[in-house]
Design a protein around this ligand. Sequence first.
Ligand code: NAD
Length: 491
Amino acid sequence: MNAQTRPLFDVPLRTQLFIDGRWCMPETRRRLPVVNPSTEDTIVEVEVGGPADVDCAVRAASRAFRAWKQTSGAQRAGFLRAIARGVEAQGEHLAALQSLNNGKPITESRIDVGDVIATFDYYADLADTLDAPEAEIAIPSGDHRAVIRREPTGVVALIVPWNFPMVTTAWKLAPALAAGCTVVLKPSEFTPLPELELAAIIEQAGLPPGVFNVVTGTGAEVGAALTTHPLVSKVSFTGSTAVGEQVMKAAAQSIKGVSLELGGKSSIVVFADADLDLAVDLVTGGAFFNAGQMCSATSRVLVERPLAEALIARLADRVARTVVGDPFASGVQMGPLTNRAQYERVQRFIARGKADGASLVVQGEAPEGAGYFVQPTMFVDLPTDSAIWREEIFGPVLCVRSFDTEDDAIATANDTEFGLVATVVTRDGPRGQRVAGALQAGVVWINSPQLIFPQTSWGGYKKSSIGRELGPFGLAAFQEVKQILSAADPV
Ligand code: NAD
């Protein structure tokens, strides 16, 4: 694959915990290697926190909360804008770090950086609106005055995965800070480097000590300690559905609030009237962006039978020609998978697909040599009860089936325990809207790539999510609602 180690960084990388405004060592000295997925070399070792460090960080966040919650929306907006400008100034460095640690092509990492900036700017604007006078609620009583006030939830734990490290963090962190919450962030043990650099930017932005803390480490130790800590009011988690279930159970012991962004098994529905070029772009983009390591991967293609042969032929050609390689090399469309466990999981799914009798149209080779590279793979005519049709693979594996009627397509697309996203490709406008309405998914794109604007919403139905991120929903996830009903002043 000719991937190279990238000694792009002449500044030392951050490897310590960030607690109470200081970079610090964990209580028990342990380190974890962070691996470059393109070469399997260790980039650097980071310090690993444990329950004692979580306790220290949560207590710092709890102390900081008393003053932070009293700040005005405009003051918090100022900090959020300073973070956005800091990310902007360090954009190329952050993008390179993301590609080095996660393996995605540098062009994709730049998109991530742009998303982070847009998210902080959006929540800065929303924070500004929080200073508006409380609106009175119309009630059927002249003797009372009712207002609704929104207050920050408290200390919140943010736990994120490795596929879009900075983005999943920004979608939680920006609204949490905007709302007036204080935060303990746990990055993925596979990709802590972008988050630690983001922490340095946040430090530069001058947030009061304790408002933002980062504890690196494993899910079993740091994650579990955060979800049970008595001073944590809410856990906002993005990751697998299996771990989401554990987080929910752990949080239930102390009735903490949870927001969960979990797995998916999403469909792209292509009708016979679709623009074929557009359909090919949308299918390959939806399945292979970030090497298919997307909760929103539209890895199930449902194509109306008259178009099936043409679409499959075009897809097979495109998939076979995908340029997989060094994320920093120009022209590369797909980097390696992010870690060894994921690489092995994808290989197992490909083997199961073959065993289940699906026709393998393009075989994803795993090239010899270092790095977790897998060529994209495409199956057609899968039985709907096969594992690769039903389970989240989280890798570059595309599964195609044909359908005969609109109802058929909707029923097959909805026949999953997940419900994160879907895409519809058709020239028939009313049909696009009708099908979007019938799909059980939190986001539906019609004839569009997977654009996500911070002003909108993110999250899904069924086992994909609890709650919503982005837009005003993302802010509300970190707010308590308080009603104040006052008897009218006596005249
Ligand atoms: P994961 O569930 O293994 O880990 C996610 C995070 O949880 C990591 O930081 C991990 O250390 C931590 N963790 C692990 N065990 C824990 C525990 N017992 N208690 C608390 N925290 C714990 O997920 P992953 O492999 O990092 O990410 C891939 C998954 O994330 C996929 O299923 C994908 O669909 C999902 N995802 C969802 C969205 C979304 O918006 N819905 C976005 C990105 C990724």
